[in-house]
Design a protein around this ligand. Structure first.
Ligand SMILES: Nc1nc2c(ncn2[C@@H]2O[C@H](COP(=O)(O)OP(=O)(O)OP(=O)(O)O)[C@@H](O)[C@H]2O)c(=O)[nH]1
Length: 242
């Protein structure tokens, strides 16, 4: 290792053997969907900042962009929050259209309901079907999340209902409390990132930056070789130069 000078500071950092060792972070695009005030924004903010912020204005579709590390891999993560007012069954065409664009853009999905709101649970299946309709050829990873697991006294959706639905749809399922358990929120997002990464086929081989060493001119190399050959005692005829 050699010391690397950066803005007046000396850091010990390995200098890449070649410029092709510079790595780009993987791009991961996620969307969080769910009908009603199920805690989508709270989940995203909890994951990105560790903080639970109790009060949010109803969101109109915010995009979060962050560099994050998942198991040592640097990811350029984008998370699209979607408005909870959207019901895929009975929404206006333009609302469904904007949701479809978001679904088209994303590669991995969190479908969130609140365990205190049975209607939000019922909206998961149509949302899931919508994702599969928009991505007919890819098996984009989907995780179903039952949020607000701390509000047991107000429970309307049993854990078993969540498990059954997830089994039917072939998704992963987790019941969590965004307000009480940061680790569970983190697990959900990290798992989804890993699934998307796997889907990219990038888990083993990391994409390399386009900064690649300039190839040596083949003509110069060839010329050198032929000069060497020509100067070698074994070569008698000057015609060796061609
Ligand atoms: N008790 C409890 N409250 C939660 C939890 N997660 C979110 N909330 C609350 O639920 C309310 C709605 O949370 P939001 O994150 O705004 O919900 P949303 O799904 O983004 O709603 P829209 O912005 O309308 O799409 C807020 O008052 C949050 O504090 C949780 O795990 N437990």
């Amino acid at each position: 290792m050699r010391p690397l000078s950066m803005s007046g500071h000396f850091l010990l950092a390995p200098i890449p053997e070649s410029s092709s060792d510079y790595l780009l972070p993987k791009d991961i695009k996620l969307a969080v969907l769910g009908a009603g005030r199920v805690g989508k924004s709270a989940m995203i903010v909890r994951f990105l900042t560790k903080r639970f912020i109790g009060d949010y204005e109803p969101n109109t579709g915010k995009l979060y962009s962050r560099l994050v590390y998942v198991e040592g891999d640097q990811l350029s993560l984008q998370i699209q929050d979607t408005p909870g007012g959207v019901q895929i069954q009975d929404s206006l065409p333009q609302v469904v259209d904007s949701l479809s664009k978001c679904v088209q853009w994303a590669e991995g999905f969190l479908l969130v309901y609140s365990i205190t709101d049975y209607d939000s649970y019922l909206s998961i299946r149509p949302l899931y079907q919508h994702i599969r309709k928009v991505h007919p050829d890819s098996k984009a990873p989907v995780i179903i999340v039952g949020n607000k697991g701390d509000l047991l006294h107000a429970r309307q959706v049993q854990t078993q209902d969540g498990i059954q639905l997830a089994n039917e749809l072939g998704s992963l399922f987790l019941e969590i409390s965004t307000s009480e358990n940061y680790e569970d929120v983190c697990d959900v997002f990290q798992h989804l990132c890993k699934e998307v990464s796997k889907m990219h086929g990038l888990s083993g081989e990391r994409r390399r930056a386009s900064i690649i060493p300039r190839p040596r001119s083949p003509n110069m190399q060839d010329l050198k070789r032929r000069f060497k050959q020509a100067l070698s005692p074994k070569v008698k005829a000057p015609s060796a130069l061609g």
